[in-house]
Write a protein that binds this ligand. Structure first.
Ligand code: FBP
Length: 293
């Protein structure tokens, strides 16, 4: 396992260098292709996919790969392979050319034991922003590292989320397309409690804020995204695993994300996603279950 994590760390360092040493207007250009989710892929989406896929293929412990940028599961052919590695090579693609933070999200499963998100063995993400930081959930602990002098140095150990936050992260431009009023009610209640709004548009960054400062992130289903927008296997599962280990909550509307079945026949399946610290979770449940307006 440590060998696979080492490979992922090195890939993230190479991606960080690629982003820092190239014109963001060039690597943020769209290619002529759309990925299987219908997103138009950017040059950096493909470059980061290639870096991770080539590095992981060479690791003899890796059996299979699932990437946002590959329609099908990739079999590495490694005889000794026993792990499935799932990854969103470059999250927040819409922010590449304008130099706003993006990231890589990943998780590792035992290839023979994949029923739900709870079977995750390791989950993590790497943020490419004013600094390059890695958050790793492994051995029942969430630790944070920063890339300093070419290597990841531990900067925060055993992260535990605060009981509540003061930031609400939701894209309100879909407000009139939401399927129910729970989020509208939640916004009203939190604004009355003087919460502020933030929306980076890179899940990895908006989730990172919830991890460190508490609060609420929500991407509900809407008329444009009837199944939700966030991909279950390589976005929602790993983020939920990290938030859960740090004492937070991650749900769709009624289900815990980690309890959702692993969609082996629909690897790009989408889901609604809500991330909470404790108080916001309680507030949302009360609204959802009509316990109070
Ligand atoms: P990708 O960039 O990996 O395709 O991820 C989708 C995403 O960018 C999330 O990171 C983010 O939370 C969401 O889409 C933003 O969606 P919208 O533009 O609808 O607010």
């Amino acid at each position: 396992m440590d060998e696979v994590i080492k490979v992922l760390k090195n890939s993230c360092i190479n991606i960080s260098e690629l982003i820092r040493n190239n014109n963001s207007l060039d690597i943020g250009k769209v290619t002529n292709n759309n990925n299987v989710s219908g997103d138009n892929t950017k040059i950096l989406d493909i470059e980061t996919h290639n870096i991770l896929t080539n590095d992981l293929r060479k690791c003899k412990y890796v059996k299979k790969l699932i990437s946002e940028e590959s329609e099908n599961i990739i079999d590495t052919g490694n005889e000794e392979g026993k792990y499935l590695v799932c990854y969103d090579p470059l999250d927040g693609s819409s922010n590449i050319d304008i130099n706003v933070g993006t990231g890589t999200i990943f998780s590792i499963f035992d290839n023979d034991k994949i029923k739900t998100g709870r079977d995750i063995l390791v989950a993590g993400y790497c943020i490419y922003s004013s600094s390059t930081q890695l958050v790793l959930a492994y051995n029942k602990e969430v630790n944070m590292y920063q890339l300093i002098d070419g290597e990841f140095k531990l900067i925060k150990k055993n992260i535990k989320m605060p009981n509540n936050g003061n930031i609400l992260s939701i894209n309100e431009s879909y407000r009139y397309e939401w399927q129910h009023t729970y989020d509208t009610q939640m916004i009203r209640n939190l604004v009355l409690k003087k919460y502020n709004f933030r929306w980076v548009g890179s899940l990895v960054l908006d989730a990172h804020r919830v991890l460190l400062n508490g609060g609420l992130f929500s991407y509900p289903i809407n008329k444009s995204n009837k199944q939700g927008k966030i991909r279950l296997i390589y976005e929602a599962y790993p983020i939920a695993y990290i938030i859960y280990l740090a004492g937070g909550y991650a749900t769709s509307l009624y289900d815990e994300i980690l309890k959702l079945g692993f969609p082996i026949d629909n690897i790009h399946k989408k889901t609604e996603l809500r991330l909470f610290s404790y108080q916001e979770y309680i507030d949302f449940i009360k609204i959802r279950d009509f316990r109070y307006p």
